[in-house]
Design a binder for this molecule. Structure first.
Ligand code: GDP
Ligand code: MG
Length: 790
């Protein structure tokens, strides 16, 4: 808890002093150091200042000051969970010990430009399986992780990438608010070693803010490879921030980095010093005048007055509203506006521009003395590849070719492991058939569980291959190019190149794809990108495609896939156009997109990515798919007819049609009959709204019946129905079904994501109604027009 919350007479032990610079120094000099006992002597609500006793003498602190001191009381120390696991028992939890442990907890925030390797660093440090993609803005939320290192508990936060800390984009605002509100103990500023000119810009802003900083000179391998030389020790001393070379992809330098973080946290590091980035005589004069005004403000406790002054001159709205808590705010504001006008008049330049120029001057001066450039061969490779893949003529064909290869490989390569798993499931099922006595339990195991879950698990290899391709495109840097070449086409739809990445991610899963739209600055573009995302076929729909295309269109696999995916994309784009035309009229922000250098994806990162997908898939298997399969089985197994022994195929089919499931399906069927679907298909479609894989597992259960040798679901689908005498599916019905499945209702997780990200259930409901309607219409056309010819 904070010292300000302590009640009169209550004792506590000091953990640490938050805040910065001069304030922190003064408080520490007063005796507020870790392990000291402090007693509240006078502390009534709203009474300021508060009187404390520490080291046998009395000090009074303002409430706002006491709020920056973290302490632990006896009571609190009893209820903490073990902070650092090794060597502590419950008896060890005295306040002093807990203060010691808490003092050994370091909160770290990772701050840096997009693509500088923050997430990779986060992953090697905390060992988490976070996804790393090589384009701007994969990280849209602060991700938290923790690990124990040399007796310290290190909490680490991965923040969104930003180029600066002004408040133009949501990311910038987010990071700044995070730093201001959470006050991490040490900020690790991740910079790309081979691109310091630009990366250090953010550093100069962090220096202005006067936080505890350590710089991770990441991608040091690339710097070395380019033949450049950097005296980072000298550079660190010059700017007052220790620098540690790292290669976060391999983990090299990470220990040194955290050693330095601990040194800085414990204030043992010799390089640490607060330097003033010089903004030129005119601006500095203005800063000094404003600093005087701010000297006694409440806000200056938490923020450096120099920083506040600079931001006021820049007209920063956030800083203005932070300062509004001060009594003399109006006077300060008037003063700063007057200074701003004077400065702009003197410089003939707007002040933000002037500040940025001076900052770049500071950086190039610092680099001049410490760095010798090598030849930049990597850029050239990048340029050569770029001239090809972003070429106006061949760029898009290359992209389409890659997409085609991706789906072709998914099917062709995936077919081998798929048939092994299929055989395994069939063998298991016939083995169970042989050893188990007839009865509901046997039927549940074979038809319900193996039929349902087994029907879906065979597609695991295909999904892994699809994810392999997507992650290779992301990690290599190709995805950013794809967005780039699609920019023009996207503009025709009223969207941005930036909207393209979430759309491609949608091939994997719509939920993270919808979340990835957070990087789109324009709200209307973002909403449209969210709403059209469910039309992009996610990997959960893949099993349905593979099953039906493999069964009914085995000779046109590649084309069938392409048509399905393209029709989804087409509907998405038409929807975007309609939404732009009728609902979201204007669009604001211009398009800016990074083209990061190409990088060869590492085997480890790719495997990690694929494994986390496999794990997700298997979890789904054991969870919702298992439960739903059993439920579908039970509802279609009961009520049982009064027949002795096993049912004949004819009786079994009649029983199923009369089951609870059959009745429900038949009640709804009239709506989908014009599309060529029977009641079994209807049921499968309904259960697919929980998760799209359930379409296949449900069909697996519903078509499991019959006692003949267990065969693959694909064969059962083409067999004639014992009641009607012809098979439920013709290639035409299959086509209509595929189109319907590719477009209809998003799964529950996607609907939730749509509602959450748009901030309204109205849009979630829109997705349900609109998508289903469109699906119905398209399937109707396919089936009715097709019927004229077949
Ligand atoms: P973020 O946007 O800052 O989170 O950056 P990521 O962690 O997503 O990394 C972007 C890309 O840089 C990925 O392709 C990483 O594999 C790659 N990368 C990260 N660290 C290094 C490094 O130290 N050396 C090299 N060569 N590549 C790296
Ligand atoms: Mg990231």
């Amino acid at each position: 808890m904070r010292l300000s919350e302590l009640k009169i007479g209550e004792k506590a032990i000091v953990v640490k002093v938050l805040g910065r610079g001069a304030f922190r120094k003064r408080i520490i000099e007063m005796g507020f150091v870790r392990g000291q006992e402090v007693v509240a002597e006078l502390n009534a609500p709203l009474r300021d200042p508060i009187k404390f006793k520490i080291m046998d003498y009395e000090v009074s602190l303002r409430r706002s000051e006491a709020n920056l001191i973290e302490v632990v009381t006896n009571e609190e120390s009893q209820s903490v969970e073990p902070l650092v696991s090794h060597g502590t028992t419950a008896d060890d939890y005295t306040p002093a010990h807990v203060a010691e442990l808490k003092g050994k907890t370091i909160n770290i925030a990772l701050v840096g430009n997009p693509n500088c390797g923050k997430t990779s660093l986060f992953n090697v440090a905390s060992g988490a399986n976070e996804h790393v993609g090589n384009y701007s803005g994969v990280t849209v939320d602060a991700k938290a992780g923790h690990f124990d290192y040399k007796g310290y508990r290190i909490n680490i936060f991965d923040l969104p990438g930003t180029y600066s800390l002004s408040t133009y984009t949501p990311e910038e605002l987010y990071v700044r608010r995070y730093l201001n509100n959470e006050m991490p103990d040490v900020i690790v500023n991740v910079v790309v070693a081979s691109n310091l000119e630009r990366n250090l810009y953010l550093t100069t802003e962090l220096i202005d803010m006067d936080h505890s900083l350590v710089i991770a000179l990441n991608m040091y391998d690339e710097l070395e490879r380019s033949g450049a030389h950097l005296d980072y020790k000298l550079l660190g001393d010059m700017i007052g921030v220790p620098m540690v070379p790292t290669v976060s992809r391999t983990g090299k330098g990470i220990e040194e980095l955290f050693d330095t973080v601990i040194e800085v946290y414990e204030r043992r590091n010799k390089s640490v010093r607060h330097v003033h980035v010089n903004h030129g005589a005119v601006i500095e004069q203005g800063i000094n005048e404003l600093k005087e005004d701010l000297r006694n403000s409440k806000t200056a406790l938490r923020f450096s007055p120099r920083y506040l002054a600079l931001k006021m001159l820049e007209g920063d709205k956030e800083v203005y509203s932070m300062l509004a808590e001060n009594d003399n705010f109006d006077a300060i504001k008037a003063h700063s506006e007057k200074l701003r006008a004077e400065i702009e008049d003197t410089l003939h330049e707007d002040i933000e521009q002037a500040v940025a120029n001076e900052k770049y001057g500071f950086i190039s001066g610092a680099l001049q003395e410490t760095m010798t450039q090598g030849k930049q061969d990597e850029r050239n490779v990048t340029r050569v590849i770029d001239s090809l893949v972003t070429n106006r003529v061949v760029g898009i064909p290359i992209f389409i070719l890659l997409m085609f290869l991706m789906f072709e490989a998914t099917f062709v390569l995936g077919a081998y492991p798929m048939s092994w798993i299929e055989e395994g499931v069939a063998a298991l099922s016939s083995w169970l058939h042989g050893i188990m006595p007839a009865g509901p339990l046997k039927d549940l195991l074979i038809d319900g569980i193996l039929g349902g879950v087994g029907g879906v698990i065979v597609f695991l290899p295909n999904i892994l291959i699809l994810y392999l391709f997507i992650s290779l495109m992301e990690d290599s840097g190709y995805m950013a190019r794809a967005a780039f070449i699609m920019d023009k086409a996207m503009h025709k739809m009223g969207l941005h190149g930036k909207s393209f990445i979430p759309l491609v991610m949608g091939f994997g899963c719509n939920v993270p794809a919808i979340m990835a739209t957070r990087t789109i600055e324009s709200r209307s573009s973002r909403l449209i990108t969210i709403l059209i995302n469910p039309f992009i076929s996610c990997s959960a729909r893949l099993p349905i495609y593979i099953l039906y295309i493999g069964t009914f269109f085995p000779r046109h696999v590649g084309w069938a896939f392409l048509i399905l995916y393209l029709s989804g994309i087409l509907v998405a784009f038409l929807t975007a156009k309609l939404l732009r035309r009728f609902h979201f009229k204007e669009d604001e922000t211009p398009f800016v997109m990074e083209l990061p250098p190409y990088r060869i994806p590492t085997f480890k990162a790719t495997c990690r990515h694929m494994w986390s997908k496999a794990e997700q898939y298997l979890r789904k298997m054991g969870g919702i798919i298992l439960v739903a399969s059993v439920a579908v089985w039970a509802l279609s197994y009961y009520p049982r007819p009064d027949v002795e022994g096993e049912l004949t195929p004819q009786q079994a089919a009649e029983q199923q049609a009369e089951s609870y499931m059959g009745r429900l399906g038949r009640a709804i069927s009239p709506i989908v009959e014009p599309l060529g679907f029977n009641w079994k298909v209807t049921i499968a479609l309904i259960s697919g709204t929980a998760a799209k894989e359930l379409v296949v597992s449900t069909l697996g259960v519903l078509y499991a019946g019959g006692d003949e040798a267990p065969e693959a679901l694909s064969e059962k689908l083409t067999q004639p129905d014992p009641v009607t005498g012809h098979s439920d599916f013709t290639p035409l019905v299959a086509a209509s079904f595929l189109i319907f499945v590719s477009l209809y209702v998003p799964c529950i997780a996607s609907i939730t994501a749509v509602a959450k990200e748009t901030g309204s259930w109205k849009w979630g409901a829109f997705s349900v109604v609109y998508n289903t309607f469109v699906a119905w219409l398209c399937a109707f056309m396919v089936f009715q027009i097709g019927s004229l010819f077949v």
